[in-house]
Design a protein around this ligand. Structure first.
Ligand code: SF4
Length: 698
């Protein structure tokens, strides 16, 4: 039975929300689903945050999509899959492989991602597969590849506990990575010498543990780290030995010396304290997240941070390093498996003939994508322009979450053929689909994910899929077979993982850092019993740290420092004089498809709001709890005013989770322009130019 009767055994799985990747023990009971933190999982050692501990409240069957639908009518799987395969085949035959696209999600398990990527890049022959992770950490990927040669995260969570200084830049860790924050709080309580600096224009909840809060000018992160690099040189804190393994130091320093302290917008004493603390502490970890990544110069900001760690050799050793923490449960897995339009699986490069040939040979693929595909923002522009004739959207809600969301929703509505795979039909994107495919959700899915510290863990099912719902890898493999492609006939996720692990051995032979070939012979039993592990995992190099030995994955083995010329975000105008910062809140996840089901989570912050500085509120004639109309050239939202000096004058903040057509309407991404970082393609979600006025109901 499902849920009725006797209690089922506890299943060891992983939380499906953020990139911390906490281990969860879950069990069906007569009342529903019971969860607790897995005491043995190395990410959380038994801890869970508010979202994780409410998982049992968000797995109800209301609103589940239970059967495939075509044009709103329920059909059987054969009809739906034949239609999808036929439409994709026809679009490719008539317009070429670049006329189709997949837009996927950091919610996909690695096995799902692997199949989607294999189908698009190796068999359809296009690289038009991109992911909502593009909105989340693409700038880190670009920064890593420029600095290290590969997209390698050097750090581990325990580095935060072992450091003497943790600098959090553009990261509200307390709300967005709560269990890492809990670990940091505990470490600080046990060892008061551990100092925490928060660099953020907002005074967030994370500032509760800050020894120093630097409310720097929005977008001035690269200025700050350029000032730091120059200070490190002047203070004699460079690691001359380590710098023998680094190219580009002189050029980076020369540009850094042009930074002016006034541009950081900080009190002189605070800036001096930060520089002295960073320079004088060997064990320093610089954690960064969306405040760095979601910027039109995000990649440069990542490199400005990394420059300081490379110049001091503070990288890849216990308690040291730059550390990007990812947003989604499997953003990292998506990066490893080639789920981005500009990468191949296993960190191989699309521009590299040898890499492409090796992958094509391994797959026995008829064609191979020869150039990078469309990144998220450009993909939906191509949809809008009618260049994409068939689009498959998997577990994401771009009609709400993409920048310029109204325009994206219109583009999807105008696309000739749209497939949406999801667990529900009630997202704004699902409503625009020609074909809806019912997918399995958390608790039914079976596969692996990688968290922010490169640890691969299993998600295991503890209940049967409802109705006709099937796994995403199965949807994709079925369509691939119906398109006439061989190599998509796996018995289950264990076989996909084994193939992926074998491919990673080929990549390892080509010098890739991502190599889990120890698991190439994993059987179903081994896969079921798989314990969380760090990659790499191969005969040559076992999991753990990278770069402490001064060896990098560039052709000459040296790291690269980059000269970073700071660039400001888009200019404000008289008509749109406020700079709107968008982000997450503690108890909701993305567009609330699941967390919105929990009344308990809804109690924290119940409706969409606008944090506004008292001086701005006074000038606009807005008081606490009034409704404000926020407009930009892209769209509008109506938000409840929260007057607070946690934000700076002129720099309001609004959360990005809410949808809805009636006031207050929180579709905040409708306000954000699709301005992207030229290197990473990541949109600038934290600096929208907006106007604010009292909302006049009609
Ligand atoms: Fe889940 Fe992240 Fe909370 Fe851990 S910190 S329980 S992974 S949402």
């Amino acid at each position: 039975g499902r849920g009725e009767g006797a209690q089922a055994a506890e299943v060891r799985t992983t939380c499906p929300y953020c990139g911390v990747g906490c281990g969860v023990l879950a069990r069906r009971t007569a009342q529903g689903v019971e969860v607790r933190g897995d005491p043995e999982h190395p990410a959380n050692f038994g801890r869970l945050c508010s979202k994780g501990s409410a998982l049992g409240e968000t797995v109800g069957m209301a609103d589940r999509l239970l059967a495939p639908r075509v044009a709103g009518r329920e059909v059987d799987w054969d009809s739906a899959l034949d239609l999808v395969a036929g439409k994709f085949r026809a679009a490719i035959a008539e317009h070429g492989p670049d006329a189709v696209a997949f837009y996927v999600s950091g919610q996909l398990l690695t096995e799902d991602y692997y199949v989607a990527n294999k189908l698009m890049k190796g068999f359809i022959g296009s690289a038009n597969i991109d992911t909502n992770s593009r909105l989340c950490m693409a700038s880190s990927v670009a920064g890593h590849r420029r600095a290290f040669g590969t997209d390698t995260v050097p750090g581990l969570y325990e580095d935060l506990e072992q450091a003497d200084l943790v600098v959090l830049v553009g990261s509200n860790l307390a709300w967005c990575h709560p269990v890492i924050y809990q670990r940091l709080v505990a470490a600080k309580a046990a060892r008061p010498g551990l100092k925490v600096v928060v660099v953020d224009p907002r005074r967030t909840a994370t500032c509760d543990i800050a020894d120093l809060h630097l409310a720097l000018a929005p977008g001035a992160d690269a200025v700050l780290f350029n000032l730091l690099l120059a200070h490190l040189a002047d203070a004699g804190r460079l690691d001359v030995e380590f710098l023998k393994n680094v190219n580009g130091f002189e050029a980076a320093l020369a540009v850094a010396r042009e930074a002016r302290a006034a541009e950081a917008g900080l009190a002189a004493g605070d800036l001096a304290a930060f520089l002295a603390l960073w320079a004088g502490t060997e064990k320093v970890v610089t954690v960064y997240s969306q405040g760095i990544n979601q910027s039109s110069s995000g990649s440069d900001k990542v490199n400005a941070i990394t420059n300081c760690h490379l110049a001091t050799g503070r990288i890849g050793r216990p308690g040291m390093g730059p550390f990007s923490v990812t947003g989604q449960p499997n953003a990292m897995g998506g990066r490893e498996v080639g789920g981005l339009a500009n990468m191949l699986a296993c960190h191989l490069e699309i521009e590299n003939d040898g890499h492409r040939a090796a992958m094509q040979g391994f797959w026995g693929a008829p064609v191979m994508a020869a150039k990078p595909g469309l990144k998220a923002v450009d993909m939906f522009r191509a949809v809008e322009a009618g260049q994409i004739k068939a689009l498959w959207i998997i577990h994401t809600n771009p009609a709400v979450s993409m920048p310029d969301a109204d325009r994206v929703a219109q583009a999807i509505a105008g696309c000739a053929f749209v497939v949406v795979s999801d667990i529900t039909d009630r997202t704004d994107t699902a409503r625009l689909a020609h074909v809806l495919l019912p997918a399995t959700g958390w608790g039914e899915k079976d596969g692996t994910v990688t968290n922010s510290e490169r640890r691969i863990s299993r998600q295991r099912p503890f209940r049967a899929a409802p109705g006709a719902a099937r796994a995403d890898w199965w949807h994709l493999a079925q369509v691939a077979q119906r398109m006439g492609f061989a190599g998509f006939d796996w018995a289950g996720p264990a076989a996909i993982f084994a193939e992926y692990a074998a491919l990673s051995g080929v990549a390892g032979d080509l010098g890739s850092d991502f190599d889990i070939s120890d698991h190439a012979a994993i059987g179903v039993e081994g896969y079921d019993a798989l314990q969380p592990f760090l990659w790499p995992a191969n005969a040559r190099q076992r999991g753990g740290r990278f770069f402490g030995d001064g060896r990098f994955h560039t052709p000459d083995g040296k790291a690269r420092m980059l000269p970073v010329v700071p660039r400001a975000p888009q200019a404000l105008s008289a008509a749109h004089p406020f700079r709107l910062n968008t982000g997450r809140i503690r108890d909701q996840w993305h567009t609330m498809t699941r967390t919105g089901l929990s009344p308990r989570l809804g109690q924290h912050l119940a409706e969409p709001f606008l944090e506004l500085h008292p001086a701005d509120a006074g000038r606009l004639g807005l008081a606490a709890a009034d409704l404000a109309e926020v407009t930009s050239p892209q769209g509008r939202a109506v938000l409840r005013v929260l007057v607070t000096d946690r934000v700076a004058e002129g720099h309001p903040f609004a959360p990005m989770h809410w949808t809805g057509e009636t006031a207050p309407t929180g579709r905040v991404d409708a306000l954000v322009a699709g301005i992207t970082d030229p290197v990473s393609g990541q949109p600038e979600s934290k600096a929208a130019a907006v106007a604010i006025a009292p909302f006049a109901a009609v």
